[in-house]
Design a protein around this ligand. Structure first.
Ligand code: GLN
Length: 482
C-alpha cells in the first residue's frame, strides 16, 4: 500500500477485499506523516492513540459485517482551529500553546462516525489570519511542491499534507480565501461551501459572519464525499442551514454540456501573465466540454479588499477579546493589577498580525467611526452579494482565477501586509457573498508551480460546482488537452 496515492475509493475497495486493514492504513499514514513533516512542518501535532482507536472501530465493524461508513479508514488531517477533544488546540498561537480541546467539533463527530481516521492537527496562520502560513507561532509551512516557497494560507498545513500525500483529505477553514488560495498554491482541490452549509460548532471564531469549514482533497470526488458527510443542519450552530443536502457525487459524470459560465471581467485585470494563460487555457477546455462562456461584470469587486479587511478585523477584535488570561490561555505572571495581567498576557501572546487586526478592528467599531467604516463596509458587502445574485440570473457558474500569482517565496511578502492582503483579491468576494466556491488545479507554470482555477456557484449549488470541476479534472484539468 502506498499511503501517498490512496483515494477514498481505493481505501474502501482495499478494506472490503481485505487487502489491508484500517489499522495498517493508520499505522503507515502516521509513520509516513511524521517522517515527512521534517520537510514541511505541515503538522503541528499528531494524535496516534485516537487514530488507532478509530481504525480499530472500522476493522471491528468490517469483521462483524457492519457498514463501517462512507469514509472508513480515510486518514485525515484537521486544521488546528477545529476542536478535536483532548488533543492540543493551539490555533498556531503561543497563547493557546498548551490548551486541550474540551469537546469535538460537530464536523469531527460526523467524520469519525463515517469512519475517518484523524491523524493530527495541521499548521496554519495564527487564528487563521494570513495568506502564507508565515504567521504561525510554530514556524511556517513549506510548500511540498517547492520547499523554498509558501503553501499559501491560512490553511497552509491542510493543503500541504494533501499535496504531500501524508493525508488523503484534510479540513481547513476559509474566511476570505484560506482554503482556495493554499489549494491553488499546492495543486490540490479546496472547497469553501455555502456559508452555513457545515456547522461551525467547535471552530475557533475569527470573523463569525465569514467563517466556513471545508475540505481539501486530491480530487473533486473525494472533496465532495467529505463535504457530504459534514454538511447539514446542526442545532449547536444557529447559523447552520436547514436547506436539504444534495447528493454531491450523483452528478459527477463528466457531462457539463450547455452549462453557462460567466467570466467576470474585473478578475482578469490584475493577473500575472503565466497564471492568466493557464486560466484561459482552462476556460477553452470548458468550452470544448460544451459549456457556453460569456463575459460578465461584478462591478463592486474593486471594493472587496477594503470591505473585507474592515468586517473581518471588526469581528476578529471582538472574537479575540476572550483570550485574556482568565479562561483559555496561559496567564502572564507577576502582574500587579488585573489590567496589567490582561495587557501582559495579550501583549506577549498574540503575534504581530493578530495585534494589527485587533487594533484596526477596535478602531472601525469605535464610537464615531462605526458609521464611517463598519456600517459602510456592511453596505458594500450587500452590493457585492447582489453582483453575484444578478450574475447567477444569467449564468450557472462563475469561473475566475484564485490568486493573481502562484506560490511566492518564504519571506517575500512578510514585511508588506498590504501586498499580503492584495493576494486575496479574487477569493474575498465569494466569502463576502457566502456562496460556494472552490479551487481546482489548472496546470503548472514553467517553474512547475501549480495554479488553481476558481469555480463559484449560487448559494447551495455545490452539486453543480462539483460537476463542473470533476468534468474539468477528467480532461486533464486544463493540462495538455487542447
Ligand atoms: N488571507 C485572508 C486573511 O488573512 C483570509 C484568511 C482566511 O480565510 N482565514 O484574512
Amino acid at each position: 500500500m502506498d499511503v501517498a496515492s490512496l483515494s477514498i475509493d481505493s481505501i474502501s475497495k482495499g478494506l472490503r477485499n481485505r487487502v489491508f486493514s484500517a489499522r495498517d492504513i493508520a499505522g503507515q499514514a502516521l509513520a509516513f506523516a511524521q517522517a515527512e513533516n521534517e520537510k514541511t512542518n505541515a503538522y503541528l501535532h499528531f494524535c496516534p492513540e485516537r487514530a488507532l482507536a478509530a481504525a480499530d472501530r472500522v476493522d471491528a465493524a468490517l469483521a462483524h459485517g457492519d457498514d463501517p461508513g462512507p469514509l472508513a479508514g480515510v486518514p485525515i488531517a484537521v486544521k488546528d482551529v477545529i476542536l478535536v477533544k483532548d488533543v492540543r488546540h493551539t490555533c498556531a498561537s503561543r497563547l493557546l500553546e498548551n490548551y486541550l480541546a474540551p469537546y469535538d467539533a460537530t464536523a469531527i463527530i460526523r467524520l469519525e462516525e463515517a469512519g475517518a481516521i484523524i491523524l493530527g492537527k495541521a499548521n496554519c496562520d495564527e487564528f487563521a489570519m494570513g495568506s502564507s502560513n508565515e504567521n504561525s507561532a510554530f514556524g511556517p509551512v513549506r510548500n511540498p511542491v517547492d520547499l523554498t516557497r509558501v503553501p499559501g494560507g491560512s490553511s497552509g498545513g491542510s493543503a500541504a499534507v494533501v499535496a504531500q500525500g501524508t493525508a488523503v483529505v484534510s479540513l481547513g477553514s476559509d474566511t476570505g480565501g484560506s482554503i482556495r488560495q493554499p489549494a491553488s498554491f499546492c495543486g490540490v482541490v479546496g472547497v469553501t461551501p455555502t456559508y452555513g452549509r457545515v456547522s461551525r460548532y467547535g471552530l475557533t471564531a475569527f470573523a463569525s459572519s465569514l467563517d466556513h469549514i471545508g475540505p481539501f482533497a486530491r480530487s473533486t470526488r473525494d472533496a465532495a464525499r467529505v463535504l457530504q458527510v459534514m454538511a447539514g443542519r446542526d442545532p449547536l450552530d444557529s447559523t447552520s442551514a436547514f436547506a436539504p443536502v444534495d447528493d454531491y457525487t450523483a452528478g459527477l459524470n463528466g457531462n457539463v454540456r450547455g452549462m453557462r459560465i460567466g467570466l467576470p471581467k474585473e478578475y482578469f485585470a490584475h493577473l500575472e501573465s503565466e497564471s492568466g494563460d493557464l486560466i484561459h487555457r482552462g476556460i477553452r477546455a470548458l468550452e470544448k466540454l460544451g459549456c457556453t462562456v460569456r463575459e460578465i461584470s461584478l462591478p463592486h469587486t474593486e471594493y472587496a479588499i477594503s470591505c473585507y479587511y474592515i468586517i473581518c478585523t471588526a469581528e476578529a477584535s471582538s472574537n479575540l477579546a476572550r483570550y485574556d488570561g482568565v479562561r483559555y490561555t496561559a496567564r502572564a505572571e507577576n502582574a500587579a493589577t488585573l489590567s496589567d495581567m490582561y495587557r501582559n498576557t495579550r501583549g506577549n501572546g498574540f503575534g504581530a498580525e493578530c495585534k494589527r487586526r485587533i487594533m484596526l478592528g477596535t478602531y472601525v467599531l469605535s464610537a464615531g467611526y462605526y458609521d464611517a467604516y463598519y456600517r459602510k463596509a456592511q453596505q458594500v458587502r450587500t452590493l457585492i452579494s447582489r453582483d453575484f445574485s444578478q450574475a447567477f440570473e444569467q449564468v450557472d457558474a462563475v469561473v475566475a482565477p484564485v490568486s493573481p500569482f502562484p506560490a511566492f517565496k518564504l519571506d517575500e511578502k512578510l514585511d508588506d501586509p498590504m501586498q499580503m492582503y492584495l493576494s486575496d483579491i479574487f477569493t474575498i468576494t465569494g466569502s463576502l457573498a457566502g456562496i460556494p466556491c472552490m479551487s481546482v488545479p489548472c496546470g503548472k507554470t514553467a517553474q512547475g508551480l501549480p495554479v488553481g482555477m476558481q469555480i463559484l456557484t449560487n448559494h447551495f449549488h455545490e452539486a453543480a460546482m462539483f460537476r463542473l470541476a470533476d468534468a474539468f479534472e477528467r480532461i486533464g484539468g486544463g493540462g495538455a488537452v487542447i
